[in-house]
Design a protein around this ligand. Structure first.
Ligand SMILES: C[S@@+](CC[C@H](N)C(=O)[O-])C[C@H]1O[C@@H](n2cnc3c(N)ncnc32)[C@H](O)[C@@H]1O
Length: 287
């Protein structure tokens, strides 16, 4: 049985890592939908609560807050590249941002809005409170199946089960990374998913405190024969050696070329908007 720590994504919702993740996720899903290779089966191994009511203070202030409250240094919206503009428009439809309160939509909620009537969503989550919110907010959608299951452990059966057999699987893996072992498990999940269904398109988010663990993950995937592209956005210089979330990356396997180009083009605008020390770095790594 998987041991759940005390991770609660409410504390991190809307931070710069979420903004990079969700802007990239939306661009990736749109491009996959436009490929017109038939309906998709969106599988998320670590779904979270789906929607997050933001407290007055929180990490979101240095993330989505900077974009929506027009903080100093944020480039003009008119200069926003297509993936950023599309993300902001999606947020305006799905999120809440007014004097009464702020609600940040998580990845399942964004996917729910982007996917079409023939697509399906399978969402795994283990934390009871997150599950309760996820069920309440998304469970009424006939396309959505919320599972109280260990996502990584069930990934292979989920990909091979008869239900949804004709749909192209797209898998999102977004662990809490509370423990070192989750890096290894994430890499294993990607390899297992590709082995179970070679047509699976994969999306993995990872945090960047330093480059040690991301580099090890990419090297490990290369050795396992899993290849793709990683796009990173660092908003606090790594040279400061701050033991905190300095940036994050999204790792894509078998992505549409358009998605890679759009996410890469979003990096500089978001880097300027989200930098904490006036410097930022956006990188694209093929592995
Ligand atoms: C980073 S959050 C997910 C955020 C979400 N993907 C989003 O972007 O909106 C990670 C979630 O994974 C859940 N979790 C941790 N281990 C899990 C496991 N083995 N199976 C399913 N969910 C898990 C945690 O309870 C937490 O809600």
């Amino acid at each position: 049985m998987h041991e759940l720590g005390d991770y609660d994504h409410h504390h991190h919702a809307g931070n710069h890592g979420d903004v990079w993740k969700h802007c990239a996720l939306a661009a990736w899903l749109r491009a996959l939908l436009d490929e017109a290779r038939g309906p998709l089966r969106y599988l998320e191994t670590h779904a979270g609560a789906g929607r997050y009511r933001l407290a007055k203070a929180g990490e979101w202030r240095d993330g989505i807050g900077r974009l929506l409250d027009g903080a100093e240094g944020v480039p003009a919206r008119a200069e926003a590249p297509p993936a950023v503009e599309a993300f902001l428009q999606l947020f305006a439809r799905v999120g809440i941002w007014n004097e009464l309160g702020r609600v940040y939509p998580g990845s399942p909620n964004l996917a729910q809005h982007l996917l079409g009537p023939d697509d399906r969503l399978v969402l795994c989550e283990l934390a009871p409170r997150a599950l309760e919110i996820l069920r309440a907010k998304l469970g009424g959608d006939g396309r959505v199946s919320v599972r109280a299951e260990d996502g990584p452990a069930h990934l292979t059966p989920l990909l091979t089960e008869a239900e949804g057999a004709g749909l192209r699987p797209v898998v999102v893996i977004d662990p809490p990374y509370s423990e070192k072992g989750e890096w290894l498990a994430a890499g294993r999940s990607l390899a297992l998913a590709r082995a179970a269904r070679p047509d699976t398109a994969l999306f993995l988010w990872y945090p960047i405190v330093s480059r040690t663990r991301p580099n090890a993950l990419l090297a490990e995937l290369g050795r396992a024969g899993v290849h793709g592209v990683a796009l990173e956005l660092v908003v606090t210089p790594l040279a400061l050696r701050r033991q905190a979330l300095n940036g994050s990356g999204v790792l894509l396997v078998d992505p549409p070329a358009r998605a890679v180009a759009e996410i890469a083009a979003a990096g500089p605008w978001l880097g300027r908007a989200l930098t904490t020390r006036g410097a930022w770095e956006a990188r694209q790594i093929t592995f």
